[in-house]
Design a protein around this ligand. Sequence first.
Ligand code: UDP
Length: 453
Amino acid sequence: MGNPHIVVVPYPAQGHVIPFMELSQCLAKQGFKITFVNTEYNHNRVLKALGENSIGGEISLVSLPDGLEPSGDRNDLGKLSKSIFQVMPGKLEELIDRINMSEEENVTCIITDWSMGWALEVAEKMKIRRSIYWPAAAALLCSLICIPKLLSDGVIDGNGTPLKNRKIHLTPTMPEMDTANFVWACLGGFTAQKIIFDLMVKTNETAKTVDRIISNSAYDLEPGAFSFAPNILPIGPLLASNWLGDQRGYFWPEDSTCLKWLDQQPPMSVVYVAFGSFTVFDKTQFQELALGLELSNRPFLWVVRPDITTETNDAYPEGFQERVATRGRMIGWAPQQKVLSHPSISCFLSHCGWNSTMEGLSNGVPFLCWPYFADQFLNETYICDVWKVGLKIDKNNSGIITGEEIKNKVETVVGDENFRTRAAELKRLAKQNVGEAGYSSENFKNFIEWIKS
Ligand code: UDP
């Protein structure tokens, strides 16, 4: 028998494609053959961003249509999820049939996202093993698993709408969650919420028969969540920088010249500012952020994605770029894991997406938290209240985070040695979990044995 063949199907968002690619690289390194399925739209972006580089290993990148027109609005997550659900199952089945007819190794396992529960049904129909990879906080997955209880406790109604905005604990040992930030309730208007909520309710049923659920977290980071749901097996933080070297699967071309610039900065001096793949600022907030970085009077590296503002024209304050030219660097997309592991980084001003959270934590970098929506608030709670490796940034009465607030919080987090010390402790803990005989690496080894068996 040749190498076991796995089909990997991430949800079509950058914060899912990257960790699924990391997992695929780790599995390819173990001798598995991987077929990585993106939507056509994202596949083209990944190929374009890769340019001359290859994905490496025994990973073949393939694509399936998501059912929307090429110019369709893929930020409308309700519409996208519905369309995927209608179109992709049949296409995935055809793809697996094609692979099985043309290649030596038949597909033996599917690894997919909780948000792509339909792929599990395809696997069941085709008698292929099914597993879920959860690329966010285990506590977030617990909130999805708890939907029936949230309904019966009257926390949400049958459409997923929180009946009261309030803070809850799913269990006493899990971090506080604000019902207003339940993930299904923040992904668009009511129509999107209803579509996504219904899909999640459906996946709750499908997932009951899934063979394995693995997650990009660590037992020591979320003991409450893993005790509550012991069937979720942590295998993280699964960082390419720990295990392999290069992060792949970007939607934008990375600007690696910033690494040379970082080499020229003093140790622990640079504020790294990045808000993931989704966050968008209006002009006022964008300008306050620029002002805050200017006021902080420190070197900074700021990721300004081409689509980060609602402005089509130059949104920087007048003269900003000239004034900060000697100590500030703005780029479209960073090789983030490499940036965070660079000795010149002093703190990470972040939107607290889970991948960014794991990356900052694994590199021992203190955070300044600026969550934007959904689970980013839960991650902020972990960072500031549970692990105590960062500070929250507060909005003023008009709902704006001012330049002055940013400057003050940068000073506090950089000036207080306790944050560095805690961050170093958490880095040690994260490494211990993925290190030899660590809980995460044992789970990963067992996962591999299970696929091979
Ligand atoms: N990222 C990157 N370069 C950037 C900004 C982000 O490589 O300039 C990566 C980051 O390392 C992380 C992912 O994009 O792996 C963003 O995922 P996250 O969960 O933090 O946020 P999301 O984009 O899902 O909101």
